[in-house]
Design a protein around this ligand. Structure first.
Ligand code: ASP
Length: 313
């Protein structure tokens, strides 16, 4: 019998307002989610590694302006894009991550190269970019990442003195648009990847959970792969991805129970809005969120595609 394969992705959790969601915008978001999950799944079908599948899926979302990662990333207080990303492969628990990169078109690929070609796990800022250029990456101008929508959001945040998202004319302005993927390959490997522009109006080199193994990203063969989205300050303090893995490892909770316990538990009590995607070693998928929605999609072990936006669908 062939080994099960499965993949799940997210394009961020948060408040997504049905009333403001136009058909056109919804179609664009759904198409990008489907393209992403299919890109990863195709590699799994061909016998590819779980890590390459999650990187391929995340890359599609980084290239889409609809999500807060790569092109379309939110802007810092200085009106710059500064991106974080991380990956983990569950076989030997290898990991790579970058934080605060400004000129790398696909930070998730750089995170994978940090894992594969450096002696380190996490590289930041100019150092991460020097490593990238040494690996042959192109220098990408800030203009490439910039979108009018993020500029408007930043001005609204600055006017209110806030540093997260708030309401304006877009249906998902109160949403954290980080992207991520988890996959199980034919060899039983689990992998996870997460990529983000962080939060609007961030200052002082702020880094969120998406760059941190154990907070935003985790993968352990035989157990689970997790990618998170939400207000990173809470996800770091609650070590969200690692907590799901630990609950499954020590308490023997299943992927559904562990994910819900973490997202609906103390994280929520503390005010940590957001969600996660989790995939266990048998290919079971769980989407958890304590917000009104999370852009998400999966192709399960039966090959069935699912694409959803709101929590109540
Ligand atoms: N978790 C990300 C961060 O805090 C934000 C997001 O999920 O969009 O950087």
């Amino acid at each position: 019998m062939s080994q099960p394969i499965a993949i799940a992705i997210h394009g961020g959790a948060g408040t997504i307002l049905r009333a403001q969601m136009s058909d056109e915008l919804k179609q664009g978001i759904v198409a990008a989610l489907e393209q992403s999950v299919r890109a990863g799944h195709q590699l799994l079908v061909q016998g590819g590694d779980a890590l390459d599948a999650v990187v391929a899926a995340v890359r599609v979302l980084e290239d889409s302006p609809y999500f807060n990662a790569g092109k379309g990333s939110v802007l810092t207080h200085q009106e710059m894009v500064e991106m974080d990303a991380s990956v983990m492969h569950g076989l030997h628990m290898d990991a790579g991550a970058v934080a605060g990169v400004r000129h790398i078109r696909n930070p998730v690929e750089l995170a994978r190269d940090v894992m594969r070609h450096s002696d380190h796990v996490l590289l930041i800022g100019d150092g991460a970019e020097a490593f990238a250029f040494g690996q042959g990456y192109d220098y990408t101008e800030q203009d490439y990442f910039f979108t009018e929508r993020r500029y408007e959001q930043l001005q609204a945040m600055k006017a209110k003195g806030l540093f997260a998202l708030s309401e304006s004319k877009y249906p998902d302005d109160k949403k954290f648009g980080t992207v991520g993927a988890v996959a199980l390959d034919q060899h039983g490997n689990l992998a996870a990847a997460t990529s983000t522009g962080g939060i609007t109006n961030k200052k002082f080199g702020r880094v969120g959970d998406s760059a941190l193994i154990g907070a935003g990203t985790v993968a352990e063969n035989g157990n689970v792969a997790v990618s998170t989205t939400g207000m990173g300050e809470f996800f770091i303090r609650k070590m969200v991805a690692g907590d799901v893995a630990a609950r499954m490892r020590y308490l023997k909770e299943d992927v559904h129970t562990a994910s819900e316990q973490v997202i609906q538990g103390e994280l929520k009590t503390l005010g940590g809005e957001g969600g996660l995607i989790a995939l266990d070693a048998s290919g079971e998928i769980h989407f958890a969120m304590n917000s009104s929605g999370m852009y998400r999609a999966s192709i399960d072990t039966q090959g069935d595609l699912l694409v959803k936006i709101y929590a109540d669908e």
